[in-house]
Unconditional design. Structure first.
Length: 129
């Protein structure tokens, strides 16, 4: 196939897969995390949360830092299940609630430390005067 006009080699990653799937008249069997996120209607950064909560299961046994693929047929069944969707929603909400609480706790601690440092500074000034 030539590199120029119309061949698959002239298309880029996702475009190539979409065009090939259209030619076959079917959906891809394996989905990337980004594609799986679109099917579930969540953000790509939520996929690792769902994997950790065991609500999404990657194909095979990929290492933590490897690209993960998900079975389209499995996802299409899961998204029809209201109870599963509730679990997905709760897992994502709980994760971000905890992340925000940790962030706020860190900010609060910084404020307490700053306040304590200011108080110590004031006490030192008064004792020197």
């Amino acid at each position: 196939m030539s590199q120029g006009g119309g061949g698959f080699s002239s298309l880029r990653g996702g475009e190539e897969q979409c065009q090939f799937s259209r030619l076959l008249g079917q959906l891809p069997a394996r989905l990337t995390a980004e594609q799986a996120a679109r099917v579930v209607n969540c953000q790509p950064h939520d996929v690792p949360i769902l994997v950790a909560a065991r609500l999404l299961k990657p194909l095979g046994n990929p290492a933590q830092n490897e690209v993960k693929f998900f079975a389209m047929s499995e996802l299409l069944e899961q998204v029809k299940d209201r109870a599963w969707l509730v679990k997905v929603t709760n897992a994502v909400n709980q994760h971000w609630h905890l992340q925000n609480a940790r962030k706020n706790l860190f900010v609060d601690r910084k404020e307490v430390i700053k306040y304590n440092d200011n108080m110590k500074s004031e006490i030192n000034h008064k004792s020197m005067a």
